[in-house]
Design a protein around this ligand. Structure first.
Ligand SMILES: Nc1nc2c(ncn2[C@@H]2O[C@H](COP(=O)(O)OP(=O)(O)O)[C@@H](O)[C@H]2O)c(=O)[nH]1
Ligand SMILES: [Mg+2]
Length: 199
């Protein structure tokens, strides 16, 4: 698949109908600062599409990006931002859950974890949630450029163990080195063409 065009459609602070709703959706979830917005930019090869920040806790909305007028990439608020108040955390959790429960056409979640660190309790809870609701997901180990090949090889089993996933359910990615993009694009392509044949 070639990404011919990608555009921001809307930010939602609570789930409600949006233009284009009904097209397949692929959503990014993960801790604040793990690289969700950067992944959207990498997938679309547009470094200015989704706002990235070195400061955690910036995306407080559900941001919808329409790709090739055919499907949405959805940037969800990051969880696990230590400095947020309890009330803010509840609001974010509510937004993530509101989206995941209400999206009628969610094909897959990319569950992002930083390849350098063992997944947190929040990551584990998120994965348990996805499993519980039978939402297909793929774990994306982000920022792979920060580790050597040998270090990467050691960190994948830790991620697998902590999240109880198989090695083939984890894809490495780097926005800096354009690593792993093709595999993720292929996955998206499969997900959205499956939805064509099911309709
Ligand atoms: N080295 C490296 N840095 C990354 C990568 N992806 C994201 N970052 C950096 O991590 C920070 C957070 O990224 P962002 O996409 O805003 O994370 P988000 O909060 O999950 O949306 C930014 O400073 C990015 O430049 C990557 O693949 N490699
Ligand atoms: Mg972001």
């Amino acid at each position: 698949m070639i990404v011919k065009n990608a555009r921001f459609v809307q930010s939602l602070s609570a789930f409600k109908p949006f233009p284009g709703q009904g097209l397949p959706e692929i959503a990014m979830v993960g801790k604040s600062n793990v690289g969700k917005s950067s992944l959207i930019n990498s997938l679309t090869r547009n470094s200015h599409l989704a706002r990235t920040s070195s400061e955690p806790g910036k995306t407080r909305l559900v941001n919808l990006y329409l790709i090739n007028e055919a499907f949405f990439l959805v940037d969800l608020p990051g969880y696990g931002f230590a400095k947020a108040s309890k009330q803010e955390k509840d609001t974010w959790a509510g937004m993530i859950e509101g989206y995941l429960q209400n999206s009628g056409n969610l094909k897959r979640v990319f569950q992002l974890v930083d390849i350098r660190h063992a997944p947190t309790r929040d990551d584990q809870m998120m994965v348990e949630y996805l499993r519980h609701y039978d939402i297909p997901f793929t774990v994306v180990a982000t920022k792979a450029d920060k580790l050597s090949r040998a270090q990467r090889g050691r960190s994948i089993p830790v991620i697998c163990r902590t999240l109880a996933v198989q090695p083939w359910e984890v894809l490495m990615h780097s926005s800096r080195e354009d690593l792993g993009r093709d595999a993720l694009i292929e996955l998206i392509e499969r997900d959205i063409s499956d939805s064509d044949t099911n309709n």
